[in-house]
Design a protein around this ligand. Structure first.
Ligand SMILES: [Zn+2]
Length: 168
């Protein structure tokens, strides 16, 4: 299954993007059934989405190239097991909706605190770096809790915190 999916078609992703919800991703999905009631999904998501740099608040293009494998079951209750190396996900609902799978993967992959990766492109760093940004980043963190639950909310934050904040 191949196609494109616009950011606007993924409300939970769109929430995290800049106001101009443009951008789309190319998606390639392969479904296979390895055992009764366990479906394997291999996918590739590739594209560019507009996110807001939390350092300078300017929009920038986030390039996404995400390859993933999933094992999905309609129920975890009966002790079904995922193939080695894969996490078994329980699908709640009637049928698997590819767009929702893709949206979920994008949410997990998205930077929790988007910032220009190319520092020369970041306006905040062209002048002096102010410390005031830290509070802003924490607020943003709270807003994106839906994505954060599964995405280890603080993993991406470690580099940002001042050294003295790492004590706890
Ligand atoms: Zn920036």
């Amino acid at each position: 299954m191949e196609g494109t999916l616009s950011a606007a078609a993924m409300p939970r992703v769109a929430e995290l993007l800049s106001d101009s919800v443009t951008g789309e991703v190319r998606v390639s999905l392969t479904f296979s059934r390895n055992r009764k009631s366990v479906i394997l999904v291999e996918g590739l998501i590739d594209g560019t989405l507009p996110v807001i740099c939390q350092r300078c608040l300017e929009e920038y293009d986030w390039h996404l190239n995400h390859r993933f494998r999933l094992a999905i079951s309609d129920s975890l209750a009966s002790g079904r097991q995922a193939p080695p190396g894969l996490e078994l996900i329980e699908w709640v609902g009637d049928s698997i909706v590819p767009a929702q799978l893709v949206e979920e993967e994008i949410l997990l992959t998205m930077p929790l605190v988007p910032v220009h990766s190319d520092e020369s492109g970041c306006n905040a760093l062209s002048g002096s770096v102010s410390d005031g940004g830290h509070e802003l980043r924490v607020d943003k963190q709270a807003d994106s809790d839906a994505a954060g639950e599964k995405a280890r909310p603080f993993a991406g934050l470690a580099d940002w915190l001042p050294a003295q904040d790492k004590s706890d």
